[in-house]
Design a binder for this molecule. Structure first.
Ligand code: TYM
Length: 333
């Protein structure tokens, strides 16, 4: 809470082209909070460098992610949209919270275990303390709700533990946030291996549908999606591929699983896959058109970054000063 206002915070890493997993699990839902909450949506470039990035790509994707936020319906007049490295308080609070986070807690984070095995040649300290920076993002704004996909739930829970631990020593410092995870779309799976999450860093391009893929590519990728040897479109245990496609279809059409089963009764997987491709392409077309317009205006995006950073920094400084004062850091003005 900031005064009387409830706060919503979330972030996306500019570490790759964004997928329909990012869209359905997170970004699409962001605008639903804009009326009832004061919302901060951050492009978390500092998180992205925990794995090696090519500087020119990181720079380009930072613009692209901001443009996508806006193309997905986030009005910069109603939401604070900004880039993490433009607000130094994130990194400053992160150092402090590192001293209130236990080594054992961080060792249990499944994302750390996954990423450190994937990037075995670069298991850097930032990869390990990544969730502390994420906790700082959230706690700096006295956040009440954090809309995320299910893969981030463990990090938000760690953030709650850090906030509670800090509040025990220094009462009433942080609001303890709740993760908000969508019922439908919380974990979109890979099209090539539907037992794995769809991830923007997957090397297999057929596993991923990007928000910016063109219509033909979207339809082709769904046509190739791995399913099973059954032929009935039915949501059931063991049918991971079909369950995933039904989830995607449901997210884009608003139909529930029973309606989808009825719609495709007596029709094969081929028909169904084509329909999933078509509804996905139809839903993404307006986002892509708006995105192209926004991206063409680089100066406009930069002005937006500046405005967002100023707004965010104002609130972030308030929490950081409060924390520093409580800790006993000398304040000079
Ligand atoms: P990131 O950049 O990996 O993903 C951004 C958002 O997309 C969701 N997501 C998915 N949802 C459903 N199905 C999928 N296959 C899928 N893949 C990704 C993620 O859950 C996330 O909500 N650590 C965060 C970024 C972050 C953050 C924060 C989030 C940094 N600070 C503070 C919330 C609050 C991350 O790596 O997300």
């Amino acid at each position: 809470m900031l005064g009387e206002q409830k706060i919503c915070f979330s972030g996306v890493q500019p570490s790759g082209n964004l997928t329909i997993g990012n869209y359905l699990g997170a970004i699409r839902n962001f605008s639903t909070f804009s009326e009832a909450y004061k919302c901060f949506y951050c492009v978390v470039d500092e998180h992205a460098i925990t794995v090696r990035q090519t500087p020119a790509d990181l720079r380009r994707r930072t613009y692209e992610t901001l443009a996508l936020y806006m193309a997905c319906g986030l009005d910069p007049e109603k939401n604070t949209l900004y880039v993490q490295s433009h607000v130094p308080a994130h990194a400053e609070l992160s150092w402090i919270l590192n001293c209130y986070t236990m080594f054992g807690e961080l060792s249990r984070m499944t994302q750390f275990k996954d990423k450190s095995s994937k990037h075995a040649d670069n298991v850097n300290a930032g990869l390990f303390t990544y969730p502390v920076l994420m906790a700082s993002d959230i706690l700096l704004y006295q956040t009440d709700v954090v809309p995320v996909g299910i893969d981030q739930k463990q990090h938000v829970e760690l953030c709650r533990n850090i906030a509670e631990r800090f509040n025990q020593v220094f009462p009433d410092t942080f609001t303890v946030p709740e993760p908000i995870i969508p019922q439908n779309g919380k974990k979109i799976m890979s099209l090539a291996d539907p037992t794995k999450k769809m991830s923007k860093s997957d090397e297999n391009q057929n596993a991923i549908v990007y928000i910016l893929d063109d219509r033909d590519t979207i339809i082709r990728k769904f046509r190739r999606a791995v399913t099973d040897s059954d032929t009935v479109v039915r949501f059931a245990e063991g049918k991971d591929g079909i369950n995933n496609l039904m989830t995607i279809y449901s997210c884009f059409t608003g139909k529930d699983m029973e309606e989808i089963e009825r719609e495709f009764a007596g029709r094969g997987y081929g028909d169904f896959k084509l329909a999933v491709g078509e509804v996905t392409a139809d839903a993404l077309a307006p986002v892509q058109a708006r995105y192209r317009e926004l991206l063409a205006d680089k100066a406009g995006l930069e002005a937006q970054m500046k405005k967002g950073a100023e707004e965010a920094a104002y609130y972030a400084r308030k929490t950081l000063s409060k924390v520093q004062k409580k800790l006993g850091f000398v304040q000079i003005r």
